[in-house]
Design a binder for this molecule. Structure first.
Ligand code: SF4
Length: 302
């Protein structure tokens, strides 16, 4: 049996530990199956500067998700499962096609529940000449076993650290253990890529960038996340503080989340970032807080 099939035949790929057999059609929390399902292959120009650079980042958006966040802007693919199942060989070809376009990197968006298949596709693509960095862009809800399948295959980790407070993780993502799990996962990512390395154009070749979306009514939780980063990863960690929160999906009816973030709330977090001595941050303009930035999922490039 292929190695990826073994992992899926009793699926514990992520911290949900569903223990189901995806090969025979059983489905766990994420609803994903044996083959990778992809909703869009595109060029992303609006990621952080070391990821998008001038030529763009080669995004591959995966369908389904192991967190169902109340405010997910990609719910059409994450919860409703829009996308097309493709072979692992085709996934490897997509990586090579993105490289042929001259993009800076391959950007795997929400790949966690497909780690075994993605690892195999990266190996196939590398054997066929893939040489640009592979960016792993995830929600941070990862198991150590899953991440270890990616060791040596992923160059840049781009995880979220969404919440510090377990009550928020429970209420908004049905994942009470998210803070502890994400903290361990991020330390494992840092272990795999201990140094941040850039090319002559400032494009990250190896390293870690943490993302944190500041939520309305919860800016103090953001400060706790920053404290953890400072104390566990150090002052020079690259952190992207996202200002793009827009009430979408179920969040429209959940009181604290049903409005946009205020400038005051976002500035409280950016001030705290500087006050505790963090050095490497990316911030976003308030104009990013619009649904216009949500990708149109239409199977292009799949
Ligand atoms: S990847 Fe999906 S099926 Fe497997 S443990 Fe996670 S949620 Fe469950």
């Amino acid at each position: 049996m292929a190695r990826y099939k073994k992992a899926l035949s009793l699926c514990n790929v992520c911290p949900r530990h569903c223990n189901i057999n995806r090969i025979i059609g059983q489905r766990g929390f994420c609803q994903s199956g044996e083959l990778p399902k992809v909703a869009l292959v595109s060029t992303h120009l609006w990621e952080e500067p070391p990821i998008s650079g001038t030529k763009g980042s080669g995004t591959v958006f995966f369908s389904h998700c192991n967190l169902h966040c109340a405010f997910c802007q990609n719910h059409k693919i994450s919860e409703e499962g829009f996308g097309k199942e493709i072979s692992i060989q085709r996934l490897a070809e997509i990586f090579l096609e993105q490289q042929e376009k001259g993009l800076h990197n391959i950007n795997l968006v929400s790949p966690t529940h497909y780690i075994p298949q993605v690892a195999m596709a990266i190996r196939i693509a590398k054997n066929a000449g893939l040489h640009i960095p592979v960016v792993y862009n995830s929600n941070g809800y990862e198991s150590l076993e899953g991440l270890r399948l990616l060791e040596g295959l992923v160059d840049v980790y781009l995880p979220d650290f969404k919440y510090w407070d377990e009550a928020l993780a429970t209420k908004y993502s049905s994942a009470p253990n998210y803070p502890k799990i994400a903290a361990k996962a991020i330390l494992e990512m840092r272990r795999q890529v201990p140094k941040d390395l850039f090319d002559e154009n400032g494009i990250m070749q190896k390293g870690l960038i943490l993302r944190h979306l500041v939520l309305p009514s919860h800016h103090r939780d953001s400060c706790h996340v920053l404290d953890w980063v400072k104390n566990n990863l150090g002052d020079s960690t690259y952190i992207s503080l996202l200002n793009q929160y827009t009430p979408m999906h179920r969040a429209k009816t959940i009181k604290p989340l049903s409005r946009k973030l205020t400038t005051f709330e976002y500035e409280k977090v950016t001030e705290y970032f500087l006050n505790i001595g963090l050095q490497n941050g990316f911030t976003q303009k308030r104009s990013s807080a619009t649904s216009d930035y949500t990708p149109i999922f239409d199977l292009k490039g799949v």
